[in-house]
Design a protein around this ligand. Structure first.
Ligand code: ZN
Length: 348
């Protein structure tokens, strides 16, 4: 069998099902014939005859992707790379802000979800100095920041340096990977000594599920002992959604849990239910999908459960700030989300 995948011979469309409806669930195929070959499974009959239709499809798929890959790389070589040499990449601070009234100057702003470091998946990097410029430009007085890459020691060293450089403005969240066991606990201790105030967990980047109590409970016990708030990426089932965080919050009432992105896309539908599961669970609006869903969740849970963030360099200030401003809630509520709520969560 080829490694490139195989045709689903139980797919009714491929098998000439007259309805032509695709079903991702293998369906039994009924044929008039009662000959032996039609009663055995497609896999078994292939094994018998020694042929594998799947290989033809796999080879076809492989050739197609090679073709696309080749034209894409020559397109990049001929057109994109020479252009890149002359046009520097646009940075977040290059936005044409003179076109927008700087209404953010009227608000006290706490960015509850920001990052520094190199992010290969979006081809972006953001240093502590760049973050500081960004914060001054947008009137962000405080930011809870972390670095989330594959090199955890380097991530936390970068953030430690940012804390040293900007102690009044930066709240450090330690990137911890619970699947590293005792090393994760030692890393929390090391970060506490460097002045970190909370933790950041990213079950998707670090490849674990957030409801794996065997991995998570030692880290959460340590967080409870040190009263460390935890920002957790949510919105990627089955790794991490707001309901999962609801269960963790019920087990660890001493810890403030923030659902990063409020469940992101589809999982933001479950934010109201998750928010009702415990007192100590909060939602962060950064990159949360729809303004309407945020309004619905605020209506159900109350403003006190929400914080605002940019998720830079993934998100940007303008879209996140004006998303909050556009919500049909009072100005007082917006101010609480932008400042008072995160100040309470981080006990400042
Ligand atoms: Zn994040």
């Amino acid at each position: 069998m080829s490694a490139f995948g195989k045709r689903n011979t139980n797919n009714p469309k491929i098998n000439g099902n007259p309805t032509g409806i695709f079903s991702p669930i293998p369906m039994p195929i009924h044929r008039a014939s009662t000959s032996e070959s039609s009663r055995t499974s497609p896999v078994a009959s292939r094994a018998k005859t020694g042929t594998d239709d799947g290989d033809d499809f796999a080879m076809f798929g492989f050739l197609c992707s090679q073709f696309v890959y080749n034209i894409k790389s020559s397109f990049d070589d001929v057109f994109i790379s020479p252009v890149r040499r002359f046009i520097p990449p646009t940075t977040i601070t290059d936005l044409p802000l003179n076109a927008i009234e700087p209404v953010w100057k009227d608000y006290q702003i706490f960015d509850s979800h920001a990052h520094i470091g190199n992010y290969y998946d979006i081809d972006a990097s953001f240093s502590a100095d760049e973050l500081a410029v960004h914060m001054s430009q947008y009137n962000i007085k405080r930011a809870a920041i972390s670095a989330v890459t594959k090199d955890i020691l380097n991530d936390n060293n970068l953030v430690a340096e940012a804390i040293r450089k900007f102690p009044e403005r930066i709240i450090g969240l330690a990137h911890i990977d619970p699947s590293t066991g005792i090393s994760a606990l030692k890393e929390i201790d090391r970060c506490l000594e460097m002045g970190f105030k909370g933790l950041k967990l990213h079950p998707v980047y670090d490849a674990y599920v957030i409801f794996d109590s065997r991995l998570l409970f030692p880290v959460l016990e340590k967080a409870a002992k040190n009263r460390l708030p935890i920002l957790i990426h949510t919105g990627t089932p089955p790794m991490s959604t707001p309901i999962h965080i609801g269960y963790l919050a019920q087990h660890f009432p001493e810890v403030n849990f923030i659902c990063g992105h409020m469940g992101l896309g589809d999982s933001s539908y479950e934010a109201p239910e998750a928010g009702e599961m415990a007192e100590n669970i909060y939602m962060d609006t950064s990159c949360a999908a729809a303004a309407g869903l945020i309004e619905r969740a605020i209506k159900r849970l109350g403003t006190g459960k929400f914080v605002w963030g940019t998720d830079v360099p993934y998100g940007n200030f303008v879209s996140e700030f004006f998303k909050l401003l556009s919500l049909r809630i009072s100005d007082e509520e917006k101010r609480a989300i932008l400042w008072e709520n995160p100040m309470k969560i981080y006990r400042m």
